[in-house]
Ligand binder design. Structure first.
Ligand code: UDP
Length: 462
């Protein structure tokens, strides 16, 4: 038998008798957990999920985020698997994308679609997010946790049953940390008491403006805490697919791309072969699971376009003349996407080409720069790319010469803004190229000087 309060996985036995309770099922007179969760008490067994989507219930008070507007209404993100649509004629206030609204769920149908009333528009505050499964701990017994946070931090806090939390006033940056702690340690005993000690011990005096803008806060920081021209963290790896001639894996923020290169090899069908040079066939694909809506696995127009421009970009770097009549196939699959995937893919493709030993005049580096919330920025994430005034400008360069080999643009910039972001992109390309060089050299570092085994073989042969 499992002790009180343990983490259990789906199918794990939690009782040797049948128990009818929350988050469990019975089979052959025994009880098993239905999900990844915390098993509470041996006497009154229940499994509280650690994570999962919000399941709307009638009477819930939730916070919705306006994510789309059309002629007749708005689509709200309520952290559930179905997004409610609100007709404009059913509400008094006008909303725009990015607005937060307090809502009441008045009906949930058999396919778990929530019908909601908008109670109020939430203004000049800050939005936080926790798992909806942690909401009871955020509120605490008889609102104990919320009262504690409001008292210590001087903030007014509204907790949506769906895990969106809105707060205004007081020490919001401390609240942000406190919510993170509660979210992470939700299953710890006496959490309210522990939070009280935490709040008493931390340093005060941080002065934070009440007003948080949608794309930049009062300190000029972006929604994900980055500054104007800061890109998301980048991690590179080469040689990840042993079967391929060359391969690479690139993580750029949430984006993940895996690339494999085969070639130069005979071009098939033969009539596509160029007798003067090799042809780079670049295949950009998004895995169906890489985006929130299932991506149709059949290549769409967007993937065909990205493949074409990326193949042209890489063709500028590769010494194609050396391999007439052949093809160099570059396959890149996006595993996780959050805007900027064509550049993430291109960096992976360029690394994989170098890893395959293909002669190149330079590595291809890139970044998407642009504009959101009225300011020019670099490396837009999906939230920023979806801004009403967003401009996305993916750029790839050969850093040795600063030759631009890919540039696309989906909105207007002034000349001054354009040259400003171009310079930012240039600097980032140089930085990324240094990372590419480092990772390629690292793969072979043991073969030159460091590897004792190799040195031994070498010495013995002499
Ligand atoms: N996206 C999506 N579904 C699609 C295509 C794109 O959700 O079928 C998202 C994905 O997060 C992608 C972002 O939209 O990164 C921006 O796409 P865009 O066409 O601007 O290309 P990217 O910025 O990824 O190079």
């Amino acid at each position: 038998m499992i002790d009180m309060k343990t983490i259990v996985v789906p199918g794990e036995q939690v009782a040797d008798k049948p128990v009818n309770s929350f988050g469990v099922y019975t089979y052959n007179n025994k009880t098993y957990s239905k999900q990844l969760g915390v098993l509470y008490s041996v006497e009154h067994i229940k499994v509280v999920p650690l994570t999962g989507k919000y399941m709307p219930k009638e009477g819930d008070q939730i916070i919705g985020l306006v994510i789309q507007e059309d002629l007749y209404g708005y689509i709200l993100d309520i952290k559930s698997f179905r997004l409610p649509y609100i007709h404009k004629r059913s509400i008094k206030t006008e909303l725009k994308v990015g607005d937060l609204v307090l809502c009441n769920v008045y009906f949930v149908n058999e396919i778990k679609e929530a019908s909601i009333d908008i109670l109020a528009k939430l203004e000049t505050g800050m939005l936080f997010e926790v798992s909806s499964k942690k909401v009871p701990r955020i509120i605490g017994k008889h609102r104990s946790m919320i009262s504690l946070l409001e008292k210590y931090l001087g903030s007014k806090i509204i907790v949506g049953a769906n895990g969106y939390i809105f707060a205004k006033g007081g020490k919001l940056n401390i609240l942000k940390d406190a919510l993170k702690i509660i979210n992470k340690y939700s299953y710890v005993d006496n959490l309210t008491e522990k939070m009280k000690v935490y709040l008493e011990n931390i340093k005060w005096g941080i002065n934070m403006s009440e007003k948080e803008e949608w794309y930049f806060n009062s300190k000029g920081k972006r929604f994900d805490d980055r500054s104007q021209f800061e890109h998301r963290p980048i991690k590179l790896k080469v040689g990840v697919i042993k079967r391929a001639d060359g391969s690479a894996f690139v993580e750029w923020g949430q984006n993940k791309a895996i690339a494999a290169v085969y070639g130069p090899r005979e071009m098939l069908p033969k009539h596509l072969a160029d007798p003067n040079k090799a042809t780079i066939r670049y295949h950009y694909r998004m895995a169906p699971f890489s985006v929130p809506d299932r991506k149709n696995p059949r290549p769409g127009r967007r993937e065909i376009e990205i493949s074409k421009v990326s193949s042209e970009a890489l063709s500028k770097a590769v010494d194609l003349k050396q391999f007439p009549n052949t093809t160099i196939d570059v396959f890149v699959t996006i595993l996780d996407a959050n805007a900027g995937t064509r550049i993430t893919a291109l960096i992976a493709g360029s690394l994989a080409l170098a890893d395959a030993g293909i002669p190149m005049t330079d590595l291809v580096a890139g970044i998407a720069v642009g504009k959101a919330g009225g300011k020019v920025i670099s490396d837009l994430n999906k939230h920023e790319e979806d801004a009403p005034d967003a401009v996305d400008l993916p750029i790839a360069m050969l850093p040795n010469t600063d030759e631009v080999v890919l540039m696309q643009m989906d909105g207007p910039l002034t000349e001054k803004e354009f040259y400003e972001v171009l310079e930012v992109a240039r600097k980032s390309c140089h930085e990324i190229k240094d990372m590419q060089i480092k990772i390629l050299k690292e793969k072979y570092k043991d073969n030159f000087g460091g590897d004792a085994e190799w040195n031994n073989i070498f010495t013995n042969q002499n």
